[in-house]
Design a protein around this ligand. Structure first.
Ligand code: ACO
Length: 430
């Protein structure tokens, strides 16, 4: 009968070890028994960028990258994108089950009644320069919220955590919209509690002099779907940052600020901005072959919005986004960059370079085109990713805090520096 173990022979010593296998993994700490002598620390694994290391057990999001499957708590993303609202998905991620009607009503009310920010926050938003990045402003203002809610330090109390979760999900759109209004020199538009989560965000972003802002239903729904698609994506860079920072038991505002900073980079949440700039630089479909040649030439140019660490197939979110792009363009008019994107995708999917490396469009390839058509400035694209992702970060944070296996994050290293040597006074240094 087969055993759920791994037998390892250490050829340095000839010793044989048996290591248990559970859920398709071995425990890295089990390898520490493998030593060459008493003063040997024990065997470690070397895994830069966590290419093959599970850092936690999680019941939140399931991805099968080869098949292009994404599920939140077991529900396929396609069904959620078609039928659910963003706040319903946020509840699902955080609580593990879809809410019933009274639960959803309470949840929506709790979020809606935390959308206003302390008036002092407006003062430091005012302090940013006219050309400040809205993502930089969001990261800073979220971090600053920890000073307004010192009780948030009490992360061991589930009721307290719940209050901070309501605040964070509710206030991120307000901070984002106020940052935008500061840049464009418009007065802040206060939250309207009669509107949906996305309808209110559009209100705070784009309201002019009208007494009551009425979001376009097609755009409100498109944003809702985009928010659903971006809500969680298991152990990506920013979520790992959230868990890692949170493992020090810091308050959730500081941890979310760190996660948002991780999201800001062009290889992560900054990619949709990079896609749009790339499409603008290419300029016309006739310039695509030259651009593809450059990407393949190995000078470091990447086809932004293509490729993914986990998906080695079409990102299921990209398929849904491509469809909503057409709904949005019916209202806003067609984004002229769409033709370049479609042709770029067609050529890349037929090209051996991309086929053999399993590089397919990811979530960011079309989302920027939609956001631009909806009149969001390019600089705000990472912000539009961070707003919905906060529910995922917080779900993962709570799961981490309640997991008895977890401790403060602290990877090991292979030291490659000089061996011990004595200090040399400056006058004797060459
Ligand atoms: N364009 C051209 N070549 C690429 C691309 C790309 N977008 N992505 C990967 N490759 C190539 C690499 O050069 C490498 O080729 P090689 O084997 O000849 O050296 C091979 O494909 C494997 O690439 P890695 O960088 O090892 O893959 P990794 O899993 O580390 O990177 C990543 C994944 C960062 C997403 C990468 O595909 C990329 O940079 N894509 C563009 C940026 C992007 O769209 N990011 C958004 C990701 S989705 C998200 O965060 C929401």
């Amino acid at each position: 009968m087969s055993r759920e173990t791994l037998t390892i022979t250490d050829n340095r010593t000839g010793k044989v070890y048996e290591v248990p296998i559970a859920e398709g993994t071995i425990k890295a700490t089990d390898l520490r028994r493998i030593k060459t002598g008493d003063d040997d620390f024990g065997l470690m694994t070397y895994d830069p960028a966590f290419m093959n290391t599970a850092s936690c057990r999680s019941a939140i999001t399931y991805i099968d990258g080869d098949k292009g499957i994404l599920e939140y708590r077991g529900y396929p993303i396609e069904q959620l994108a078609e039928k659910a609202t963003y706040l319903e998905c946020a509840y699902l991620l955080l609580h593990g089950e879809l809410p019933n009607k009274p639960q959803l009503d309470d949840w929506v009310r709790d979020i809606t009644h935390h959308t206003i920010i302390h008036e002092n926050v407006k003062k430091f938003i005012d302090g940013f320069r006219y050309n400040a990045s809205t993502m930089g402003m969001l990261i800073s203002t979220v971090a600053a919220l920890s000073t307004f809610y010192p009780d948030a330090k009490n992360i061991g109390d589930p009721e307290n955590r719940k209050r901070q979760i309501h605040r964070l999900i509710a206030k991120l759109p307000t901070l984002a919209a106020f940052s935008y209004r500061h840049i464009v020199g418009m007065p802040f538009a206060y939250p309207d509690n009669d509107l949906s989560y996305t309808g209110n965000f559009l209100n705070m972003m784009f309201r002019m002099t009208e007494l009551k802002y009425k979001p376009n239903p097609a755009l409100e729904r498109a944003l809702e779907v985009l928010f659903i698609l971006h809500a969680d994506h298991e152990q990506n860079c920013s979520t790992s940052a959230m868990r890692s920072i949170g493992s020090s038991r810091v308050d959730p505002y500081s941890a979310v600020a760190g996660a948002a900073a991780a999201l800001y980079g062009p290889l992560h949440g900054g990619a949709n901005e990079a896609v749009l700039r790339m499409l603008q630089d290419i300029g016309s479909t006739s310039a695509i072959p030259e651009f593809i040649k450059k990407v393949k030439g190995g000078d470091g140019t990447r086809l932004m919005g293509f490729g993914h660490r986990v998906y080695k197939n079409y990102d299921p979110r990209a398929t849904i986004i491509k469809k909503i792009a057409y709904d949005v363009f019916e209202v806003t008019g067609r984004n002229p960059l769409l033709d370049i994107a479609l042709e770029l995708e067609r050529i890349a999917l037929e090209d051996d370079y991309f086929v053999t490396r399993k590089l397919y469009p990811n979530v960011d390839f079309y989302s920027g085109l939609i956001y631009q058509a909806m009149k969001f400035p390019v600089d705000m694209f990472p912000v539009l990713f961070a707003i919905p992702r906060v529910s995922g970060w917080l779900s993962q944070w709570v799961e981490m805090l309640e997991d008895d296996d977890q401790k403060i994050s602290r990877p090991r290293q292979i030291y490659t520096g000089p061996a011990r040597r004595d200090y040399v006074p400056i006058v004797k240094r060459s």
